[in-house]
Design a binder for this molecule. Structure first.
Ligand code: AOS
Ligand code: ZN
Ligand code: ZN
Ligand code: ZN
Length: 430
């Protein structure tokens, strides 16, 4: 079995950086205290921050054109868990893994639960998959799953989601995330209303199968695989479906699933207001559902989203507590490095939003001082909070510099030697 990162190595590498970190942390603490902010309170919140890793994200992604397998890719859910444990060992903010069925093949769920327990990992939302046919599948999803015109195909899709709830119970998850590719490729191909009615009927059966302490998260996406219309194409259809189903149904926001330039932070605010924000899939994009690394292109947008989230947190907004998760496709980087970097990038947005001067912001908003409103946000965004993130990791036993320790550890080369068979492993192309 591939060894996780040696604690001695983490300590040794941290020792080299610790003196400088303490100086930087002190300097930032002094700066923040001038604005009445106690740096240790912010660091404690950074330490409590968690974002889940998608099981498929630990493998190399790909496009419909090609996939270039990486060295030592995990070949199954057990190896994906090992890689997830490494990510959490070093970054200390990714203790949850979000599985995907049936990509993650599991015969014995109690054994899987024991393994995750032994690695210090927990399970986040269960992702169902009715966007492709499985070998030997009796009724196809070619023309949709939960909204298919064929009752037999719909029933299969419903049953798969009910099965996912059972798997989730065994793993002590509390959420099912449903994203479907259902839609059409030609104008007129589908009766929009009837298709949505069929979708809602199917979802009602799934909803009825939810345990009382579970949530059902609905994920919208503008297009792909259907290129003319998609059944849950935006947050409008999403929240309508969630409202129709009931209080346990909420909307999930994947950052890459909107038209370019859409004001995502405002969608987030609306969903918070109506108690319908279920969770996030973080990633970044330039053109569409690119699934680039979180914060790699639009860190300010990510910060503005967290500005809404932190605002809701401080206002103790009712029924607020979204699941945070990464959903990215790593094509040219080591997925472990990308996931560590991205988790820290999202955590950075959270911390930056925590140091926004909300009293001043409210005053400026009330006075319609647009320029100072903007400057108040920019001040927080441009403050380098790296020492807080680094100190949070250090205090939790993680690495001040996760990428450096990971590279030093030789984990990837070792995985390459122990996992010779690369190939299709069900990593996220979508
Ligand atoms: C698809 O584009 C969505 O982002 C899904 O959340 C996800 O990537 C897929 O369900 C992977 O299973
Ligand atoms: Zn997603
Ligand atoms: Zn996507
Ligand atoms: Zn995706």
């Amino acid at each position: 079995m591939t060894q996780r990162i040696d604690k001695g190595l983490i300590a040794e590498q941290n020792a080299k950086l610790e003196a400088n970190l303490k100086e930087d942390y002190q300097a930032l603490g002094n700066k923040l205290s001038r604005d009445g902010i106690n740096i240790d309170e912010i660091t404690a919140k950074a330490e409590a921050f968690q974002i889940a890793v998608p099981s498929w994200g630990t493998g190399t992604g790909g496009t419909r054109f090609a996939r270039f397998p990486g060295e030592g890719e995990p070949r199954n859910i057990w190896e994906k868990l090992e890689d997830s444990a490494v990510i959490n060992d070093l970054s200390q903010c990714t203790e949850r893994v979000s599985p995907h069925f049936p990509w993650d093949k599991v015969d014995d769920f109690s054994e899987l639960k024991q393994t995750s327990d032994s690695l210090g990992l927990k399970w986040d939302s269960i992702n169902s998959n009715t966007f492709q046919d499985q070998p030997g599948q009796e009724h196809s999803f070619k023309y949709g799953s939960l909204s298919n015109t064929s009752a037999a195909s719909r029933d299969l899709a419903i049953q798969h989601n009910l099965d996912c709830i059972e798997y989730g119970k065994a793993l002590d998850s509390k959420t099912l995330t449903v994203w479907v590719g259902d839609g059409s490729n030609h104008p007129g191909q589908q009766h929009f209303q009837h298709a949505f009615e069929r979708y809602l009927e199917s979802m009602k059966t799934i909803y009825a199968g939810l345990p009382a302490d579970w949530e059902l998260h609905i994920e919208h996406k503008m297009f792909e695989p259907a290129f003319y219309s998609t059944i849950i194409q935006d947050w409008g259809s999403n929240v309508l479906a969630a409202m129709e189903l009931g209080p346990q149904a909420k909307s999930l926001v994947d950052l890459g699933h909107h038209a370019p330039n859409v004001n995502i932070e405002m969608i987030v605010s609306r969903l918070i207001q109506f108690k319908k924000l279920g969770g996030f899939h973080f990633n970044d994009s330039k053109y569409g559902d690119d699934d680039l690394d979180s914060g790699s292109l639009h860190p300010y947008q990510q910060f503005l989203i967290f500005n809404e989230l932190v605002d809701a947190e401080y206002r103790n907004q009712a029924e607020f507590g979204p699941n945070y998760m990464l959903d990215q496709s790593h094509n040219v980087t080591d997925p472990i490095e990308s996931l560590m970097n991205s988790a820290a990038s999202v955590q950075r947005s959270y911390v930056s939003a925590l140091i926004v001067d909300r009293t001043k912001l409210t005053e400026y908003q009330t006075a319609n001082d647009a320029l100072m409103c903007s400057n108040t946000l920019k001040k927080a965004f441009t403050t380098d909070v790296s020492p807080i993130l680094e100190m949070a990791r250090l205090r939790k036993g993680g690495a001040i510099d996760p990428i450096a320790v990971y590279r030093q550890s030789g984990y990837r080369a070792q995985a390459g030697a122990e996992r010779p068979n690369t190939g299709g492993n069900g990593s996220g192309i979508v």
